[in-house]
Write a protein that binds this ligand. Structure first.
Ligand code: NAI
Length: 505
């Protein structure tokens, strides 16, 4: 695709697009709103050179880590496999960037769509070099077998590639994850000195980058859900305090926060795929200083994605959700870890907040604070027999016309990691892309996006944003935001869906 327009320029290294952003400023005057449309000029500058990308996963030997690594290798080497349903070809289904499309315009009256990945130059996932850590020493072939996610024939075909991959020893603070994980911990960095731990992780990152001749590295936490650390401004509040607390091996510094700090100090962006409060203010300051991004929290895969889609639909239709009862049972190691109350609490928090902004937006349905407090219950049960094939049963009870009730009962079954792996890949590819984009407002100097990369909220259950920026959970708004951003950077027109060119040519 090539954009021909007077508002875009392209040379060998950069694509610059000029965008007049239209918004509406609202002033409140008593009980009246005064709406003042305005236009602000933005320029977006995308570095079109694709780097050699390395990714280090924390929790590499887990279900997500093995599924992602194996899935990408299957695509890279075009490995086919057989099951009782026949012969399968590898694909990237479930990946926004690889398998979804974006409308770029109209040809006569036909709408034209292209793959998301083709709008701006992006890293090919098959070119990513993977590495990482795990507190368990199993090589990735055996770990994939343990995970029980991938079909047996594919596991066998991937074995020669995966058995060479062995996670680096990791940091293990037993107090932060469930006690039932203790028997996995046979690959840990010894000692209790948190500064030494930080330095070892930093060295691991630097060595990985150098040994693989990489242009950049991104770190992603896909290890067990930790309990929340007890956040204290004197411990976690600034970069300096955080580093001092690491130096004194403060008990409320979690393993995930050490990894986040190591990433920032090595000039790498960090993504938190679990719900705990890893990205404390001190981490954000470190990232800001290093000019890298942080993003989180908790992958938004199946049940929550559906929830933020259904609730958006109901509230958008003027129907009032009154209760959401969300029940899960799963039998993988994630479920085992979540069977401990402290870790479950982290998950409950991120699962519960995901519809707040959707409800709050509609004051017709929810005129009072009290009404916003809907009955939202989360239950997660560990049932080993279920394996990674998680069962999610949700009941949505909504109030309709004249006091009637509409109830949806939704039953969702699938391998959790087959949804998570393509999503993790998207997080990495988009984070890398956003590292190459700068913007300038009203002809001021170019700057990078905010340190907390809330553009990725479509992929996160509890999207973290820069303080003062409200969180959007509604799925279609999150997707439109990402789609429009890449279109704007490419110099394409943002679609308002009026389709006037089709109606009135
Ligand atoms: P898993 O339990 O199979 O894998 C986690 C891995 O992390 C294990 O191999 C474990 O040994 C390792 N680990 C634990 N502590 C570690 C540490 N300090 N350093 C290095 N490795 C460590 O779990 P799974 O299914 O892969 O999920 C990973 C995370 O992603 C969990 O926190 C889960 O809640 C989160 N998540 C998963 C979703 C999914 O759909 N699969 C959706 C949303 C979040």
């Amino acid at each position: 695709m090539k954009v021909q327009s007077t508002t875009t320029q392209q040379d060998d290294h950069f694509l610059i697009s000029n965008y007049d952003y239209k918004s509406t400023n609202i002033e409140k005057n008593g009980d009246k709103y005064i709406a003042k449309p305005q236009i602000t000029n933005f320029k977006f500058k995308t570095d079109t050179r694709i780097p050699k990308l390395g990714v280090m996963l924390v929790g590499w030997g887990g279900n997500n880590g093995t599924t992602l690594t194996g899935g990408i290798l299957a695509n890279k080497f075009n490995i086919t496999w057989n099951s009782r349903r026949g012969t399968h070809q590898p694909n990237f289904y479930g990946s926004l960037t690889q398998s979804s499309v974006i409308k770029i315009g109209t040809c006569n009256t036909e709408e034209v769509f292209v793959p998301f990945k083709d709008v701006l130059p992006m890293v090919n996932p098959c070119d990513i070099v993977f590495g990482g850590w795990d507190i368990n020493s199993m090589n990735l072939a055996d770990a994939m077998n343990r995970a029980q996610v991938v079909e047996y024939d594919l596991q066998q075909k991937l074995r020669p590639y995966l058995e060479k991959l062995v996670p680096l020893p990791s940091i293990y603070y037993p107090d932060f994850i469930a006690a039932n994980q203790g028997d996995r911990a046979d690959n840990v960095i010894p000692g209790n000195n948190k500064l030494e731990h930080l330095n070892i992780i930093r060295k691991n990152i630097a060595d990985f980058k150098q040994q693989n001749n990489l242009d950049k590295v991104i770190l992603l936490w896909t290890a067990n859900t930790e309990r929340f650390c007890v956040e204290d401004p004197n411990v976690h509040g600034t970069a300096e305090k955080l580093l001092k607390s690491i130096e004194s091996s403060h008990p409320e510094i979690s393993a995930s926060t050490i990894f986040a700090c190591a990433a920032c100090l090595e000039g790498c962006s960090f993504i938190n795929g679990s719900p705990q409060n890893t990205i404390v203010p001190g981490v954000i300051e470190l990232a800001e200083k290093a000019g890298v991004f942080v993003a989180g929290d908790d992958f938004k895969t199946g049940q929550t994605k559906f929830k933020t889609c259904l609730v958006e639909y109901l509230v958008g239709a003027g129907i009032k959700p009154k209760a959401i009862i969300s029940y899960n049972h799963l039998g993988n190691n994630d479920g085992k870890n979540l069977s401990q109350e402290s870790c479950f609490k982290s998950k409950e928090r991120s699962k519960k907040t995901c519809v707040d902004d959707i409800l709050e937006s509609n004051k017709v349905l929810y005129p009072t604070e009290e009404e916003l407090n809907i009955d939202h219950t989360i239950v997660i049960k560990y049932c080993p027999e279920t394996g990674d094939s998680k069962k999610a049963m949700d009941e949505y009870i909504a109030e309709i016309f004249l006091g009637g009730r509409q109830t949806f009962a939704v039953y969702n079954v699938c391998e959790d990691s087959l949804l998570a792996a393509p999503l993790i890949m998207d997080l990495l590819l988009l984070c890398e892309l956003f590292e190459r984009i700068k913007f300038s407002k009203d002809s001021c100097e170019y700057q990078r996006f905010d340190t907390v990369l809330s553009w990725l909220s479509y992929l996160m259950k509890a999207p973290k944003s820069e303080s003062g920026i409200t969180t959007i959970n509604a799925l279609s708004r999150q997707r439109a935001m990402l789609e429009n951003l890449v279109k704007v950077c490419a110099g394409l027109t943002v679609d308002d869906n009026l389709r006037l060119e089709v109606r009135y040519g």
